[in-house]
Design a binder for this molecule. Structure first.
Ligand SMILES: [Cu+2]
Length: 67
């Protein structure tokens, strides 16, 4: 499980875009996205850098850490 910090994620639309990006990187990923804290918790078998790259590609700079 990794937690991604996504500072520019400010509304439900952003969260939807981020969720879509995560699912493109790994269709089997399960994610919990919180606009309030601007964090996304992601359980995935894909490498976190691949998830991060997809989120960045969608327009949201991000950093992550293992939980
Ligand atoms: Cu938004």
């Amino acid at each position: 499980m990794y937690e991604f910090d996504i500072p520019n994620m400010t509304c439900g639309h952003c969260a939807g875009t981020v969720k879509k990006a995560i699912e493109q990187a790994d269709p089997t990923a399960s994610s919990n996205i919180n606009v309030g804290t601007k964090k996304a918790k992601v359980e995935s078998s894909a490498p976190p850098e691949a998830i991060a790259a997809a989120i960045v590609e969608a327009g949201y700079p991000t950093t992550y850490r293992a939980l």
